[in-house]
Write a protein that binds this ligand. Structure first.
Ligand SMILES: Cc1cc2nc3c(=O)[nH]c(=O)nc-3n(C[C@H](O)[C@H](O)[C@H](O)COP(=O)(O)O)c2cc1C
Length: 125
């Protein structure tokens, strides 16, 4: 969750960096990944895969995660909510809905694949 930790991870030879506030379910005053991603991506881009989770709920959230520079955007509780609602069928529904919305946003922004979802599509913080 910081540039300094990312630098230490790279020095230690990490192939990937997972940016995660663990869903902030332990402490609700943790920063959101979007508040730290720009500085981490700045030091890690091209050197390690960047993965992120924590608070991502919809396809538009996944889109934003990709735009900020992640190669993977993870969803924790949405999958569990689907599981609780109606088992495997609802888990599949959640994944399909998120994927369809992500594809819609990619189409609307002319992003041909996840690698081409660019940071400058979003406002600067
Ligand atoms: C009930 C629950 C338990 C969790 N336990 C752990 C854990 O033991 N270790 C860990 O690294 N992350 C844990 N997480 C965090 C998840 O790995 C993941 O980072 C988080 O759920 C993603 O955020 P989201 O749920 O908002 O999508 C837990 C999350 C939940 C909801």
């Amino acid at each position: 969750m910081s540039k300094e930790d990312a630098e230490k991870s790279l020095e230690a030879g990490a192939d990937g960096i997972f940016i995660s506030n663990h869903g902030a379910h332990t402490l609700d005053y943790l920063p959101h990944p979007f508040q730290v991603m720009d500085e981490i991506v700045c030091v890690a881009k091209g050197k390690a895969a960047i993965l992120v989770d924590g608070g991502f709920r919809r396809g538009s959230d996944a889109f934003k995660g990709l735009a900020f520079g992640a190669q993977l955007v993870g969803l924790g509780r949405p999958i569990l909510y689907g599981l609780a609602a109606n088992g495997a069928v609802s888990v599949k529904d959640v994944i399909q809905q998120v994927t369809e919305e992500l594809k819609r946003f990619m189409s609307m922004t002319g992003s041909s694949d996840p690698e081409h979802v660019k940071r400058d599509l979003l406002i600067k913080s």
